[in-house]
Design a protein around this ligand. Structure first.
Ligand code: PLP
Length: 339
């Protein structure tokens, strides 16, 4: 068996190979069966496969944490299973059943548990992918599908604790139109963002904010994270219109704000002009958990929020959410799956 000699001190959000991956396949018209663990390695695929030619595929992402006492914790993995199943239908792939998805998640984490860093050094990032793996020349659904889960230890997003990021509003590019595939983790949604995001990084910004494609007025998302604004103690987040990815972190933040902090939540369209008047702004997703936004540049104006510090409510939400995820606090919502 492969042994693990990773230095957990040097982890960043990059790929590190682990012992195994989980694989199962399904023919078009059949149902998925549970698969098996195989050593992590390259796969062989036809150059004419539907995923390589037409991008028929989706991905998921979640994290496993290891507590000081050695407990292994997953955060709401059934929600990833549900989202993947919906995504399969939108992308004309056979719907992945919850039991197959969960079997894979549990097996991959157990088999690679020695690759999970201690919580203060990071987490094990779990990456399910589902794609059309048979050849097909015409634009049509593949005749065979492959589901793989691999994993990688990753470092904490903020090395020195929470720190506010600088963002710029994208005025030249959109992420997703209404009635498109923005609401599912379709692989084809992500490449178009690499150019504007890369340009923003060259200019010293951490990421871009996307506006809606129809009116170019309402905030949609931040790169691959959901957006939140706080004004006079109310939390406002863009409503799920179909172009916005329904984040599990987003859903968790809403429930914590409502049920633990007693805040008023408004899920509605929020214009970029209204955002610029907010008291605190942050974005939320599995990779960064909660990222405070220190400033936003839109056209030629740059606005600083919370004096460039981490806002009080943002910090409270971060502390409550990570307390649950890291297993240092109780789990009032029954969100943790312990392996
Ligand atoms: C994955 C993703 C998110 C965040 O979803 P989580 O379930 O919270 O990780 C937000 N926006 C986009 C575009 C994403 O791909």
């Amino acid at each position: 068996m492969k042994t693990n000699n990773i230095n957990f001190d040097d982890l960043t959000f990059t790929f590190t190979e682990t012992r195994s991956m989980y694989v199962t396949k399904c023919k078009r018209g059949d149902n998925w069966n549970t698969g098996e663990l195989v050593p992590y390695g390259n796969i062989s695929i036809s150059p004419a496969s539907t995923v390589l030619n037409y991008g028929q595929g989706l991905f998921e992402g979640m994290k496993a944490y290891k507590t000081d006492g050695g407990r292994i914790l997953l955060f709401r993995p059934e929600k990833n299973a549900e989202r993947a199943a919906k995504g399969c239908l939108r992308l004309s792939m056979p719907e992945i059943p919850k039991n197959v998805f969960m079997d894979a998640v549990k097996k991959i984490v157990k088999d690679n548990s020695d690759y999970i860093p201690p919580t203060e050094k990071g987490a094990l990032y779990i990456r399910p992918i589902i794609f059309g793996s048979a050849e097909g020349l015409g634009v049509a659904p593949s005749t065979e599908y492959t589901f793989i889960i691999y994993c990688s230890p990753v470092g904490p997003y903020f090395k020195g604790g929470l720190s506010p990021i600088k963002l710029i509003v994208s005025t030249d590019y959109h992420r997703a139109p209404l009635k498109g595939t923005g609401g599912v983790k379709a692989i084809g949604n992500y490449v178009p963002g690499m150019l504007p995001s890369g340009n923003a990084k060259k200019m010293g910004f951490a990421e871009i904010i996307y506006l809606d494609a129809a009116e170019e007025k309402y905030v949609e998302e931040v790169g691959a994270a959901n957006f939140f604004a706080i004004k006079d103690g109310n939390i406002i987040t863009p409503e799920l219109t179909g172009s916005i990815l329904p984040g599990i972190t987003r859903d968790s933040v809403i429930r914590i704000a409502k049920e633990k902090l007693g805040m008023n939540i408004e899920e509605r369209r929020i214009s970029i002009d209204e955002v610029m008047e907010a008291d605190e702004v942050f974005c939320a997703g599995t990779a960064a958990i909660i990222s405070p936004i220190g400033s936003i540049k839109y056209n030629n104006k740059e606005h600083i929020f919370s004096n460039g510090d981490v806002g009080n409510i943002t910090r409270k939400l971060y502390d409550i959410l990570t307390g649950i995820q890291f297993g240092t606090d109780s789990d009032p919502f029954d969100w943790i799956l312990e392996l």
